[in-house]
Design a protein around this ligand. Structure first.
Ligand code: PLP
Length: 386
């Protein structure tokens, strides 16, 4: 057994990131400026989107995305129940209603058949989540949206770099929100990016991201900038700092390398757990090339003497960090009480939650770390078979 605790996640920050941050601090330009502009251009290029707007979180990007497509008070937005708080909370910012959708059979991603059945005349948009970095079937989803005249803002907090049918996430939906939170696949500490091919959405989001101020406000203190500005809308304060962008520039360059390390760990986990009937490997779809943000292992409780919570206690006792993605939204007090949900209101999500364990999966793991996780999981299973 390990003598030291293996954290659930550790970021991979290289010398290039550190040096760029130091250069930024010395440059005299700390907030939105040349490095943010460069990061936006390189990110747009990377995913093949026309426009990329750097912001201070994915939550901000989702908010700006829903604002760009015109979500208003009284509208409904379809959101999976199996996600993080941010996905649905942004809907409430508008006084709109998040309408929750269960998981697809056997999956963590949302059920597109149920989604379509929940569309009403008030439905304005769909906010799908790429759980673990794997998209739902986006052609089917975009077709549903087109037939019902809905807009799609994709929560791609997990999906850099990821593809659907060979196309990069970032160009599939009307707008796409990425996260650079500390434990995401690439990080700026806190940060996010909104991508779109639509010039009007991009312009609206850019203006709203910085107080609703007219064009290039960030530039107004530079030599070439103008002192004059106009407030067009009461906007928000969502701009990315150049200190954060300094990290992002180099994290983006290392994106594939880090992704390859994630994939090699996934292969080792699959090989170790695939033959154990007590365990179910993460779902994967032929149309998807996952970013492998998370390794979502599910227990088969009928083959075990212990439940998931006891399994987690044993993992902790073995010095292995873990997480649980997710406690479905409908099981949290706010949603439960507002909509009178029970766990069984969304039975597939509730079942996933009862069975899931998120194992450590990050490029900074050593070969020994990976072996330690595998051994700990195998030992707990072997000791608790029925
Ligand atoms: C992390 C996360 C977010 C929020 O990202 P921030 O950058 O922290 O705002 C949104 N949705 C999902 C699914 C996430 O995992």
């Amino acid at each position: 057994m390990r003598s030291t605790f293996l954290p659930f996640f550790k970021p991979s920050i290289g010398d290039a990131e550190i040096n760029e941050v130091v250069e930024t601090l010395k440059s005299g330009w700390l907030t939105t400026g040349p490095r943010t502009k460069q990061f936006e251009a390189e990110f747009a290029d990377f995913v093949g989107a026309e426009y990329a707007i750097a912001v201070n979180s994915a939550t901000a990007a989702l908010h700006l995305g829903l604002d760009a497509v015109g979500v208003k008070q009284g509208d409904e937005v379809l959101v999976p129940t199996y996600t993080f708080a941010a996905t649905a909370e942004v809907v409430t910012y508008f006084g709109a209603t998040p309408v929750l959708v269960d998981c697809a059979p056997g999956e963590f991603n949302l059920d597109l058949a149920q989604l379509e059945s929940l569309i009403t005349p008030r439905t304005k948009a769909i906010l799908p989540v790429d759980i673990a970095g794997e998209t739902p079937d986006m052609d089917v989803l975009m077709d549903i949206a087109a037939r019902h005249n809905l807009k799609v803002v994709e929560d791609a907090a997990h999906s850099i770099p990821a593809k659907y049918q060979g196309r990069w996430v970032g160009t599939l939906a009307d707008l796409t929100a990425f996260s650079f939170y500390a434990n995401k696949n690439i990080t700026t500490g806190e940060g996010g990016m909104l991508t779109t091919d639509n010039a009007e959405y991009a312009e609206r989001a850019r203006i709203m991201s910085l107080h609703g101020i007219s064009k290039d406000a960030w530039n107004r203190f530079s030599a070439s900038g103008s002192w004059y500005y106009e407030v067009l809308q009461p906007g928000f304060k969502y701009n990315m700092t150049d200190i954060a962008a300094a990290l992002g520039l180099h994290q983006l360059k290392r994106c594939f390398e880090m992704q390859q390390r994630r994939e090699s760990i996934v292969k080792q986990y699959d090989a170790a757990f695939g033959s154990m009937p007590e365990l179910e490997l993460p779902p994967r779809q032929p149309y998807s090339q996952s970013a492998w943000h998370l390794y979502l292992l599910r227990l088969h409780p009928e083959y075990l003497k212990i439940d998931r919570n006891t399994f987690l206690e044993r993992l902790k006792a073995a010095n292995i960090g873990f997480s649980v993605h997710y406690i479905p939204l409908h099981m949290h007090p706010y949603y439960r009480e507002r909509f009178n949900f029970t766990p069984e209101s969304f039975p597939r999500a509730a079942e996933n939650y009862r069975r899931v364990v998120t194992l450590p999966l990050y490029p900074a793991m050593t070969g020994q770390d990976v072996q330690d996780v595998i051994e700990a999981v195998q030992t707990i299973i072997e000791e608790n078979r029925v």
